[in-house]
Write a protein that binds this ligand. Sequence first.
Ligand code: ZN
Ligand code: ZN
Length: 356
Amino acid sequence: MSNVYEARIHALRAKLEGAGIDGLYVTDEYNVSYLTGTRGKDCTLWISQTEAVIITDFRYREMAQNLNHLTLFETSLQVPYMDFFRGLSCSRIGVEKNSLPLEKYLDMTAQLSGKTLVPVSGLIEALRQIKDEEEIRRIVEAQKLGDKTFLHMLDFIKAGMTELEVAAELEYFFRKNGADGLSFSTIAVSGPNSSYPHGIPSERKLQKGDFLTLDFGCVYKGYCGDMTRTVAIGQPTDEMRKVYDIVLQAQLSACDHIRAGLTGVECDAFARDVIKAAGYGEFFGHSLGHAVGLQVHESPRYSMAYTDPIPENVIVSIEPGIYLPGKFGVRIEDLAIVKKDGIINLNNAPKELIVL
Ligand code: ZN
Ligand code: ZN
């Protein structure tokens, strides 16, 4: 079981020298999870060419002792984490820019004489981009659970219930069917609230003539799902139908054309060009997609700023949207595994406009 984690640590070690560091103090909880296979909260790691140490306290002692590929350094009130770094013989200590608290950085700088802190970023995140079979399996399961939840919600949703009731049922259904938790706070927004791409569910009651956008995902064995569907409550107007159809065509175009080797910019354009051509370009203000994994938003991305090629075996969302302020919004989102000759879509839930 620990082999996969040893292999990941080995891959990280190969990058240390190039980053100009003797070892890396891993403080990002998802990076810790990636290298240990367990929860990363309240645990940090020290990885050098010769050491792989988990630094944590009594609460996680038993968990840490079961990780055979790591040595435990147990902290306590009497033994602060700083003691560990004082005892290191090497001098160039890599620290993760995105997660080391500034307070810790200042303390370490002040207290570790003869050692240099070297802020680095992206070393482990780059390894996390390409998913192995087990990671793919977990995300596939998370997405299947997403599809199942959506179908359940189609039976549940009725005019008159609040957005909060919709979100609560959706989250309850996830948990009841095997989810560890939520990838992010469920978005269930209706009517004019649906023009907020990341709106928060409120006590607003669903009304006939609304669009309802549901953006949701569960965590399955540590890995995140993410999908969006927009449904109509009662008959939509002609404008609503028109906008829905443009978003759907944009989404389908991206699904048909995205493949490994194209840049994030090129992938983004498959959907964006459809929306622009229909005259709604200014109302699609976010990127087409993001990778998922241990976190719901990872790299790479399909965006107008991501000029690198998308590698094979990343799992990325495809989620165009059009948001008309004060009126309504529409977004449709699937997750897909990117392959050389196209994508494998992980969602089967219907995308044609559903009128409830
Ligand atoms: Zn989403
Ligand atoms: Zn997403």
